[in-house]
Write a protein of this length. Structure first.
Length: 181
């Protein structure tokens, strides 16, 4: 990056520097879903055309971008900010799980789609959240397992990711499959 900037004229470098500086001071997180925003609610939560009864739970903002690029999902998101990983000291308190529970408790949610990476941490997080949300009797599904175990959503091609969203399964289907193995 430094070599590239050295080749640019000073006005371009100044513009780039100003943009980075403004981004750091003006960007924030959406109070509803934890997606990135430039003021208050993000553009997705603020869009009246989105299906407010459907929430897709993802690990990070890059996953929102990846799913949005498929144009297959028209609901809202919930960005956890990571995955449960006891070995790394990441418990439920470090993630935005309580916010998700509050959103579901407020009513109007018809389905939760768990779109987390197919890893031990991802599956542990799905299991934990499904137990937390059980009292609310909201159907919870997981994206289809077209994504290889250990793979990451942000590196999955659009077609595989689109098919995974379209062919999502109830969480019990694959949680029970894992428990049998």
């Amino acid at each position: 990056m430094v070599l590239h900037l050295l080749k640019e004229d000073k006005e371009q470098v100044a513009y780039f520097s100003d943009t980075i500086s403004r981004m750091r001071t003006e960007a924030c997180f959406c109070p509803e879903c934890n997606n990135i925003s430039d003021s208050g609610l993000c553009s997705i939560c603020n869009n009246p055309l989105r299906d407010r009864s459907l929430i897709c739970v993802v690990e990070n903002i890059r996953d929102v971008i990846s799913i949005e690029s498929t144009r297959q999902f028209n609901g809202l998101y919930h960005v956890l900010g990571g995955l449960l990983s006891p070995l790394d000291g990441i418990g439920p308190e470090q993630l935005y799980i309580d916010n998700l529970t509050s959103r579901v408790a407020s009513g109007g949610i018809k389905e939760i789609i768990m779109a987390l990476n197919p890893t031990i941490e991802g599956d542990t997080t799905v299991y934990y959240i499904s137990k937390q949300l059980h009292p609310y009797a909201v159907p919870i599904s997981g994206i289809a397992r077209g994504i290889s175990f250990g793979g990451e959503l942000e590196y999955t091609d659009e077609l595989t990711l689109a098919r995974s969203i379209a062919k999502r399964l109830p969480v019990e289907t694959y949680v029970n499959t894992i428990a049998k193995d």
